[in-house]
Design a protein around this ligand. Structure first.
Ligand code: ADE
Length: 243
């Protein structure tokens, strides 16, 4: 997958390229293209923003540098996302859909946003990562990139991606433990040490159900409405949790 990012702060993206995603880029599974919008300004001192017409606080990003940057990557007809608290909220479903694209282009806004004509002309999809406001679109873009990239085959180890399709999908993850078996008087649940994979699986399922019900009743309700086929034992576990 190719990911173009238009930003005033390309250096921030070392947080992405320095991690697992950087390794995926080295392997050729991902291709990143970070474009500094300021490089495409034709104003004095590479100015990229101006006061808004009609007044109001803050600055608005100029249309021209963004148009020039998009034209430099021949973005006509391409799917372009604009990170904005005004956008459609991301969730795992929309992330999956985005992961199916060969190429994505992401515009990161700053200050009070961008000239509306950028969004209109390039038919941009506004995307939000949550109902709170950040100082810019860079961190949201990194959240989106990370969530999308981990669904692309080869980016993560096989076992982790397989989880997506299991009965756990839609539930919060069960607790995890590693060595030592006993730490400061706290013991690892016995069931995880006995090597009985069926019992371990049922324990994990039960823990996921209990946790989801407690912390995210909305997700739990959704799971009840459309979970996949359950085995007899899984059904029993679910009934026990519902009691
Ligand atoms: N830019 C600023 N806040 C944002 C948010 N919550 N989501 C996406 N982009 C943003």
């Amino acid at each position: 997958m190719k990911i173009n990012v238009l930003t005033l702060f390309p250096e921030m993206f070392s947080a992405v390229t320095g991690s697992i995603l950087g390794k995926a880029a080295e392997k050729g599974i991902l291709e990143f293209n970070f474009i500094n919008i300021r490089d495409f300004s034709r104003e004095k001192r590479d100015k990229a923003d101006e006061y808004p017409f009609g007044g109001g606080p803050g600055m608005v990003m100029l249309a021209d540098p963004i148009f020039n940057a998009l034209e430099s990557i021949e973005a006509e007809g391409k799917r372009i996302l604009y990170m904005s608290p005004r956008g459609r909220l991301l969730n795992e479903e929309s992330i999956k859909e985005l992961a199916g694209n060969e190429e994505l282009t992401i515009l990161c806004g700053h200050y009070e946003g961008v000239d509306q004509r950028v969004l209109d002309y390039w038919n941009m999809e506004e995307v939000s990562i949550g109902d709170y406001v950040l100082t810019g679109g860079e961190l949201p873009a990194m959240v989106l990139i990370d969530a999308v990239a981990r669904l692309i085959p080869g980016v993560l180890a096989g076992e982790e991606s397989a989880m997506e399709e299991s009965i756990y999908s839609g539930l919060l993850e069960y607790p995890q433990y590693t060595k030592p078996r006993s730490y400061r008087g706290m013991d690892v649940p016995e069931v995880l040490l006995n090597g009985n994979h069926k019992l371990i699986h049922l324990w994990k399922f039960e823990e996921s159900l209990k946790l989801t019900r407690k912390v995210r009743p909305d997700l739990f309700e959704r799971f009840l409405e459309n979970h996949g086929e359950l085995t007899k034992d899984e059904q029993k576990v679910l009934e026990k949790v519902l009691k």
